[in-house]
Design a protein around this ligand. Structure first.
Ligand SMILES: Cc1cc2nc3c(=O)[nH]c(=O)nc-3n(C[C@H](O)[C@H](O)[C@H](O)COP(=O)(O)O)c2cc1C
Length: 177
């Protein structure tokens, strides 16, 4: 796929066929995360947790459903791999930089996953719920200065990526001359 085909084929995949992804593909996806632009080059302010422990993912899903009061909600849709992006977060003038960094890291991985034909979905819900789950944060070894910002669910899928029609002005766009 060329760059634009990859961009226009990317979609959120929420159906995984239970197969784990190969180490090579995972390494490539993580490399794409490391290729992300980061505000002020403060790569040291972020940390990725690559979680393949099935029982930990399930426990996180169960506790997310409780925090969100959504019975039966499976935040990761049975994905075998979850990459959590944690960041130091300021309340000050740089606050938005931290969340933007985390989102870019996830999105780079989503684009790489598309190019590799790996199913991927950006997940906000479970990292948000994790903020209310200190014991689970401890189990994941999340340092006290780090905030779970967002995550990506990854796994092999029977769903297919195909180039999509992208509607003009899907996001309202105004031009200021
Ligand atoms: C910041 C952000 C948070 C998201 N959080 C979730 C989520 O928690 N669960 C989920 O299933 N999808 C989540 N998504 C995926 C969006 O629902 C999806 O991108 C949107 O519906 C557009 O569909 P598409 O990705 O297939 O183009 C999130 C996407 C973004 C960018």
């Amino acid at each position: 796929m060329d760059t634009f085909q990859t961009l226009y084929s990317r979609k959120s995949i929420r159906q995984f066929n239970g197969k784990g992804i190969s180490q090579d593909k995972l390494a490539e996806i993580l490399k794409s995360a490391y290729a992300s632009p980061i505000g002020l080059k403060r790569y040291d302010r972020l940390e990725l947790k690559v979680i393949t422990n099935k029982s930990l993912i399930e426990k996180w899903e169960e506790q997310t459903a409780i925090v969100m009061d959504r019975e039966g909600y499976k935040a990761f849709y049975g994905a075998p791999v979850v990459v959590l992006v944690c960041s130091e977060v300021d309340d000050g003038v740089y606050a938005n930089v931290n969340y933007s960094n985390a989102a870019i890291v996830v999105h780079n991985m989503a684009i790489a996953a598309t190019a590799l034909d790996v199913g991927a979905c950006h997940i906000w819900s479970a990292p948000r719920a994790l903020r209310a789950l200190p014991d689970l944060q401890k189990e994941m070894g999340i340092a006290s200065n780090m905030v779970p910002c967002c995550a990506i669910a990854l796994g092999e899928t029977d769903d297919k990526y195909a180039e999509r029609e992208i509607e003009n002005q899907k996001i309202k766009t105004t031009f200021i001359d």
